[in-house]
Design a protein around this ligand. Structure first.
Ligand code: P53
Length: 475
């Protein structure tokens, strides 16, 4: 092993709504995450019409990072973090999203949070929109169905980029903007775009329109950000779940190429500033009337991202035809990969898929990459002596780091850093559970919201500390 670049940004990642809690403190408005109930594997989270008495909303308290962040950052510093990725809760800054003035108490909170990180030389990596838009924008404007959302987002971004221009250098616009390409679930379009599907509407057409507005908003923010501070590095944030062909049958290969357009559509626009020809043909063939102007196209061109941030957890497989065990979801014939194992939540573990993804994305765009999420959600057990022996997590991360190193030193990929997901246990996005854990730090809280919130170092804590201290040489 050759090792990692000198300034490699080892760290950890979270999102405001999944750990802060304090959902209505100091002037914060309700966000879309605040109206999502707890579900579990196979039981979807419900989206309620506002906050309704009697439901379990796990994000309201989360792990109370809002009041405990100093204690938690101290633990991150102990592990040697060089970077920490979190998001700004939009509704702390603009409680309704369309307010004339920002909420000073919300702005102050992130000033204090960033100061605390910088005290330990931890570089903040900040997502502007991570599934937590002000709920009012859903009710009043229909979320990103409405072009007005572009301006609301740009105003919010401008406010925080100006305020923190000497504290934050690394930014990302929309988290996992491509999740919504799976329109079979209500959760993804709601969390990406603040949209509730209506009876009988063409879901895909709605999704493409909203996504395009977000891509335009993102490009405007990239341009504006560079004017605010030319040193800013502003990226996109993609969920790269690569889709393999089931076999070497030419039709299977073609099926995987077509499936991957559900990912590429988003990053092609972010990185190249143009609407790709395959999607224009697709819209045309399906009679989709997607609205955009010449000014929008110019904005896309002027606001291409500096780097590609992405999450990587797993890979998927498609077949061109129905075969034994195939099921339909985002794609018509999804197949389980017989060559890899899956987690309890069905996520297929594939470290080589990370190297594959790094190579393919780098060859496509020639822009620096940043792995801003990767990790293993699992149930942890506290042993009689109080320890947590999470060897399965260490094993998962180790295997992925090995492949990362190959991508850098064999494939020539430019990789800025690695921030494993949920470095401290947080509320699961997909299911709202607490017991689907990713952390190096255990948080005493269960799925029903009970627990002392006490923090505890897992075995992986010491392991990751060693990884960072040796710059990835000792795994
Ligand atoms: P949870 C699907 C595929 C890849 C990443 O997810 C995904 C999803 C959505 O479930 O989401 C990201 O908590 C997301 C985070 C989230 C994390 O993956 O469901 O950016 O907010 O917590 C892990 O296990």
């Amino acid at each position: 092993m050759v090792g990692f670049p000198k300034d490699f940004l080892w760290g950890g990642a979270v999102a405001a709504h999944q750990l802060e809690g304090g959902w209505n403190k100091d002037g914060k408005g309700a966000s879309i995450a605040d109206v999502m109930t707890a579900g579990r594997h196979g039981v979807p989270r419900q989206i309620t019409d506002g906050v309704v008495e009697g439901y379990n909303y796990p994000n309201h308290e989360a792990i109370d990072f809002y009041s405990r962040y100093k204690e938690d950052i101290k633990l991150f510093a102990e592990m040697g973090f060089k970077s920490f990725r979190t998001s700004i809760a939009w509704s702390r800054i603009f409680p309704n999203g369309d307010d004339d003035q920002p909420n000073e108490a919300g702005l102050q909170f992130y000033d204090d949070l960033f100061d605390e990180l910088l005290k330990y030389d931890i570089e903040p990596v900040i997502t502007l929109s991570h599934f937590e838009m002000p709920y009012h924008l859903v009710k009043k404007y229909g979320g990103f169905r409405n072009r007005k959302l572009i301006d609301f987002f740009v105003t919010y971004a401008e406010t925080v980029m100006k305020r923190y221009k000497h504290k934050v250098k690394y930014w990302m616009t929309f988290n996992e903007i491509n999740n919504q390409s799976d329109t079979t679930h209500d959760l993804h379009i709601f969390t990406n775009s603040g949209i509730l599907f209506q009876e009988g509407e063409n879901r895909e057409e709605t999704m493409y329109q909203a996504a395009l507005y977000e891509l335009i908003a993102s490009a405007k923010v990239v341009k504006l950000g560079h004017e605010i501070n030319p040193d800013f590095q502003i990226g996109c944030m993609m969920a790269y779940v690569p889709i393999y062909p089931y076999s070497c049958h030419p039709e299977d290969m073609m099926e995987s190429v077509i499936a991957m357009r559900n990912r590429w559509f988003f990053s092609d626009i972010h990185a190249r500033g143009e609407i790709p020809s395959y999607i224009k043909k697709y819209w045309e063939r399906n009679g989709y009337d997607i609205e955009y102007t010449e000014a929008d196209e110019a904005a896309l061109k002027e606001g291409t991202v500096d780097y590609i941030g992405f999450s990587y957890y797993m890979s998927g497989v498609v077949s061109s035809r129905k075969i034994e065990g195939s099921r339909s979801g985002e794609f018509k014939h999804l197949v389980r990969n017989p060559h890899v194992q899956a987690s309890e939540w069905g996520w297929q573990i594939d470290p080589v898929g990370l190297r594959y993804t790094l190579s393919v994305v780098y060859e496509r765009y020639q822009k620096p990459l940043f792995i801003v999420e990767n990790g293993f959600g699992a149930r942890d057990v506290i042993e009689a002596d109080g320890s947590i022996q999470d060897d399965y997590r260490i094993q998962y991360l180790k295997q992925h780091i090995v492949e990362m190193e190959k991508a850098i030193n064999i494939d020539g990929v430019e990789l800025l850093g690695y921030t494993p997901w949920g470095c401290i246990d947080i509320v699961s996005f997909g299911t709202g559970e607490m017991e689907k854990r990713y952390g190096f730090i255990y948080v005493d809280k269960d799925n029903n919201g009970h627990g002392s919130l006490e923090r505890k170092r897992k075995k992986s804590f010491e392991w990751y500390k060693q990884v960072i201290a040796t710059n990835g040489k000792e795994l």
